[in-house]
Design a protein around this ligand. Structure first.
Ligand code: BEZ
Ligand code: FE
Length: 295
């Protein structure tokens, strides 16, 4: 292309961007106006930078259409896309409480269930989920060290085969529970030792991972959501030290402070005085909440 043709083309490109930006100038909500202006600026410069072809634009639309078609009450392909692009973890980082000493947050994931069964302190959240028994215990406390009594602790995990109960589609409820911390902030429950598993990869997000030479695996983890009045809701995981996928989590959720050692036991009594038959494991981890609002 000659120089004056190139200048004219770039002027036309710029004119499209300016016109679209101006179309949002009258947005009454100033925050929405700011977000839309920024989105258009970045989206347009992305298209200019990669010199987006019409075939590529078609492929992107086809990708999003497939993501829409596979999304239902149990499957959220758009959140999965956000997860594998690191947008979910970037949003966590942007919004994380600046509270030194608080337990760090990570992605929420798609497998939380609102009405998980209530489990008493020391109870079993596995409730039939396959895996090596794991005794999990610790204290819920504030960054100043004050115990937090009555914190709501919601826990969920995949079984030894790498599936959450809701993925079986047979209505089972296992590997999840809701408990309250005791008067010294302590919590304890039985579960199973988590196993690594692949994120759902039979849809367009899986195809994207394959096309880019990335894997779908997440390192073994146990999900927590901890809520207490006057404290910021903590959404996090515990990751098991030694897991082969800690350095390549498909959704970038690993933080060093969330990696814990699982102790392995055989023939020893458990801390609750029971005598498990066969091998069992234990994890100890304190959950430290930042002051703020629950969400
Ligand atoms: C999960 O840990 O449950 C999860 C997180 C992000 C994407 C898929 C699964
Ligand atoms: Fe998970």
């Amino acid at each position: 292309m000659r120089i004056d043709d190139r200048t004219r083309a770039s002027g036309r490109e710029q004119a499209v961007t300016e016109e679209v930006l101006a179309s949002f100038d009258a947005t009454p909500d100033p925050r929405l106006r700011e977000v839309m202006h920024s989105l258009v600026r970045h989206l347009h410069s992305f298209a200019r930078e990669v010199r987006l072809s019409e075939r590529e634009w078609d492929a992107a639309i086809e990708f999003l259409t497939r993501a829409g078609h596979i999304t239902d009450a149990h499957r959220q392909e758009f959140i999965l896309l956000s997860d594998v692009l690191g947008l979910s973890m970037l949003t966590v980082a942007i919004n994380e409480a600046a509270a030194p000493g608080a337990t760090e947050s990570t992605v929420f994931g798609p497998f939380f269930v609102d009405e998980a069964p209530e489990v008493p302190l020391g109870g079993d959240i596995a409730r039939g989920a396959a895996g090596t028994p794991c005794y999990v215990s610790g204290q819920v406390r504030s960054v100043t060290g004050a115990p937090i009594e009555g914190a709501k602790i919601e826990v969920w995990e995949a079984d030894d085969d790498g599936f959450y109960d809701v993925q079986y589609l047979d209505g089972r409820s296992a590997g999840r529970g809701r408990l309250r911390s005791g008067d010294d902030g302590e919590y304890r429950f039985w579960s199973v030792l988590p196993a690594p598993y692949p994120i759902p990869h039979d849809g367009p997000v899986g195809d994207l991972l394959t096309a880019t030479g990335r894997g779908p695996m997440r390192p073994a983890h146990l999900h927590f959501m901890v809520t207490a009045p006057g404290f910021r809701t903590l959404i996090t995981h515990l990751f098991v030290a030694g897991d082969p996928y800690l350095d390549c989590d498909a959704v970038f959720g690993v933080k060093p402070g969330l990696i814990v050692e699982a102790a392995h036991h055989l023939g020893e009594p458990a801390p609750d005085g029971t005598h498990p038959r066969g091998a069992w494991t234990s994890i100890a981890f304190d959950l430290v909440l930042a002051t703020g609002h629950t969400r």
